[in-house]
Design a protein around this ligand. Structure first.
Ligand SMILES: Nc1nc2c(ncn2[C@@H]2O[C@H](COP(=O)(O)OP(=O)(O)OP(=O)(O)O)[C@@H](O)[C@H]2O)c(=O)[nH]1
Ligand SMILES: [Mg+2]
Length: 367
């Protein structure tokens, strides 16, 4: 049986993994290949899964913990895709606050399922808005040293580091960032790209086509620091129904919602890792995001729709107490809905600190 190509795309919260995954999927599909996607989150109601499915991609989700802790579920979801769409390529996106993926996912996939999967080199996307401050060792990055530890560990295990969002960086910033990254990770190729515009994207596809001794960088990692760093990132997933007597501008509402959250967290001095919202209504959908306090909200996928009703899913990953995140999200949903003449009903909401990662497998040495 032909082995299935298995691509894992790493990177911090909001680095651009889902954007890159959708672009990669289209790239392979244009070449006549069938593609299956697997998303991952600490809880149900993930914006990425809804957004990728709404874009027409065959997508399965591993929910409740990271791939490393739900390894069998990951393999099960791939089998489900294989049974249905018979994909040639699987692209999987781990949780953005997760690291040690080579030891806990890449190596076990190779060793235990080498007859089924051909695992590609492991790329990690670099998020400049917070990453530059972390590599400069600036204090007040908005994250604690433990969260910065995770950010650095993610880069350390990469087969290649992809500096993303080059479309919005100045040449000076890019030069500085490339130099800092090369200095800190001297044995890792550093590529530059924009998952949004496609600039430099061929670097990623060429990397993924390579064969050889990849996925072998086993981290020397302190799981106490990792677990504490991850737990500092408050997590919230909520699904709400927004209903109005007259149609309203869905994109405007999503942007207002993210803008209001930015303002609320900003006033409290709390740093977002990623705020993302999706509005869904009968085949039409829009997505808005904010990836750090020093950035502006973005309408990444516009719906261009007027709707009288929509399901709105909010995912917030913020360095804050989960109760505080919940309060901000409930308040923003209520006030923004009112501004659009709508009523909101929160149908489900989970807000928590991610638990300590306990991987199903962990390889101390590369096979
Ligand atoms: N300008 C620009 N924006 C980008 C680029 N890549 C991603 N983005 C934007 O960054 C935001 C986050 O992108 P995602 O692809 O959702 O990031 P992610 O890594 O999947 O985020 P999580 O799953 O929450 O960890 C969205 O608003 C994207 O449109 C890029 O190359 N350039
Ligand atoms: Mg994502």
């Amino acid at each position: 049986m032909k082995r299935l190509r298995f691509i894992l795309i790493g990177g911090f919260l909001g680095a651009g993994k889902t954007t890159a995954m959708a672009r990669l999927a289209r790239h392979y599909m244009e070449r006549g290949q069938r593609v299956g996607l697997v998303t991952n989150d600490q809880a149900q109601d993930l914006v990425d899964t809804n957004s990728l499915r709404a874009q027409g991609f065959h997508t399965e989700e591993v929910a409740g913990a990271c791939f490393c802790c739900r390894f069998d579920d990951l393999v099960g979801k791939v089998s489900l895709l294989q049974g249905g769409e018979r994909p040639d390529v699987i692209i999987a996106e781990p949780v953005g606050s997760c690291t040690d993926l080579v030891a806990t996912v890449v190596q076990p996939l190779r060793d235990l399922y080498g007859d089924r999967f051909e695992v590609a080199p492991y790329p990690v996307l670099f998020k400049p808005s917070q990453g530059l401050r972390i590599l400069r060792n600036e204090t007040g990055t908005g994250f604690s040293p433990k969260a910065a530890y995770i950010f650095r560990k993610q880069l350390e295990e990469a087969d290649a580091i992809l500096i993303n969002r080059i479309d919005e960086m100045s040449p000076a910033e890019l030069t500085e960032l490339a130099a800092l990254t090369a200095k800190e990770y001297p044995n890792t190729p550093v590529l530059q790209m924009s998952a949004k515009t496609g600039q430099g994207f061929e670097g990623l596809t060429e990397l993924l086509d390579q064969k050889g001794a990849f996925g072998r960088k086993i981290l020397d990692i302190d799981y106490d620091v990792y677990a504490e760093g991850e737990a500092e990132m408050g997590w919230l997933n909520a699904a709400a129904q927004v209903t109005a007597p007259r149609p309203f501008d869905l994109d405007g509402m999503l942007m207002k919602l993210v803008g209001r959250l930015r303002e609320g967290f900003g006033k409290l001095g709390l740093e977002p890792g990623h705020l993302k919202v999706i509005g869904l209504r009968e085949g039409s959908f829009g997505v808005a995001n904010l990836v750090s306090s020093n950035m502006q909200p973005e309408l990444s996928l516009p719906s261009r729709g007027q709707v009288a009703e929509a399901e709105v899913i909010v995912n917030a990953r913020v360095a804050a107490d989960p109760a505080m995140i919940e309060q901000q999200v409930r308040q923003a949903l209520t006030t923004v809905s009112q501004e659009f003449g709508a009523k909101v009903e929160v149908r489900s909401l989970q807000s928590f600190r991610p638990g300590r990662p306990t991987p199903t497998h962990r390889y101390a040495m590369a096979k």
